[in-house]
Ligand binder design. Structure first.
Ligand SMILES: [Zn+2]
Length: 379
């Protein structure tokens, strides 16, 4: 770990960066084993690294209830989504071992409480729907019936899918400090970056010291572009079009919940732990299908007191190349009609890429399009 002071960066949520890593206990093989889903494993690793500070384990009932009802932890800090571990039955002992479905052990949990929860209520409050077509709701309804709460100590970190991009919050903070950044904007993405996203990240970067491109590489829906392809896209884009000393690309190990507005808050709080003072929130952030209004993920920030979150959201409109402006623009900055705008639907872009055609350069950087064409060709 570097010795560069990081005190000038934004404080972690709750003031202290949590570290729940620790030694493997001698008796771990004798403990009852709880098997985690891939979403729970992602959460466990983020608990270990402090990405979910101030949480030190899976949520107990008082935190859970207040988060579901009021988007705050019991101690009053903002928090938007449950971080819970679902089980079939209460364990016998006061400690359990946490494993993946291959039986590999990662952590010990000190059993604090086991409680029942109402799936319909959690779905309605957190996802704004009980429709089982919604991937987050489907996951919730498929869960085991009780929540097991308690502090975790993680002795085995998961093998990251992209080791070259794996950085814990302490490491991104050190990297920001080393570069002399104080104000850093975080960009969440689960898609390849086209010109529109390049434009908004650069517009944000004009006003701060550094940009963290923080793609989500945890579990996503099967029809999202695979993480490996996306990571390759970020590489060619950053190499060709961003100044190396102003941008850092690192992986965000969370699983996608598709909770739209609440997930935007949750994503912002996590990025604060990684050291970001600002966070980009586009239209329909973390949404899926037609479950959320276009601006819901931006409007939800108004439900918190000014400075309560500390991290500053930066809201963006859809952007496009405007032939009349001769530049990237959005409805906020361009007065021209849409026939001047280079717009392609997602379906159209995909069709072009599948046919090996490059979209217009005003829409997509050719280097990025070529990565996608290759990916479709080998798929
Ligand atoms: Zn224009």
């Amino acid at each position: 770990m570097t010795a560069v002071a990081t005190d000038h960066l934004i404080k972690p949520h709750g003031g202290v960066l949590v570290d729940r890593t620790g030694d493997r206990p001698d008796d771990v093989e004798t403990l009852e084993v709880v098997t985690l889903t891939s979403r729970e494993l992602s959460d466990l690793d983020m608990l270990a690294s402090g990405a979910l500070s101030p949480l030190e384990g899976f949520m107990g009932r008082t935190d859970y209830e207040r988060v579901v009802e009021e988007m705050h932890l019991a101690n009053g800090l903002p928090w938007a989504l449950p971080v819970c571990l679902a089980v079939d039955a209460a364990p016998d002992g006061d400690r359990v071992a946490l494993a993946d479905d291959d039986g590999r052990l990662y952590a010990v949990l000190e059993v604090d409480e086991v409680y029942s929860y109402d799936k319909d209520r959690e779905a309605t409050q957190c996802f704004r729907t009980t429709d089982e077509e919604h991937p987050g709701v489907a996951r919730l309804y498929a869960q085991k019936p009780l929540y097991l709460a308690g502090k975790v100590t993680v002795f085995e970190r998961q093998t990251p899918d992209f080791p070259e991009l794996a950085m814990d919050p302490a490491e991104t903070r050190a990297a920001f400090a080393e570069r002399g950044w104080k104000r850093v904007v975080g960009f969440q993405t689960r898609n390849p970056i086209h010109r529109a996203h390049e434009y908004l990240t650069k517009t944000a970067l004009e006003t701060v010291d550094g940009l963290l491109i923080h793609p989500l590489v945890g579990e996503t829906k099967s029809d999202d572009v695979p993480a490996k392809t996306r990571v390759e896209c970020y590489g060619v884009l950053v190499d060709g079009y961003y100044p190396a000393d102003r941008v850092l690309v690192s992986a965000f190990p969370a699983a996608m919940r598709y909770a739209g507005p609440r997930e935007a808050i949750w994503h912002a709080i996590c990025r604060k732990n990684y050291g970001c003072s600002h966070f980009i929130v586009g239209r329909d952030h973390a949404g899926v299908g037609m479950y959320y209004g276009t601006y819901d993920a931006q409007l939800i920030f108004d439900e918190f007191e000014a400075h309560e979150l500390d991290i500053e959201p930066m809201f963006f409109e859809h952007s496009f190349w405007c032939r009349a402006c001769g530049s990237m623009a959005s409805s906020k900055t361009c007065p021209h009609s849409s026939d001047q705008h280079v717009f392609l639907s997602g379906t159209k872009v995909r069709e072009m890429l599948e046919n090996g055609e490059l979209p217009p350069v005003e829409f997509s950087r050719p280097e990025v399009a070529e990565v996608l064409i290759d990916a479709y060709r080998t798929a």
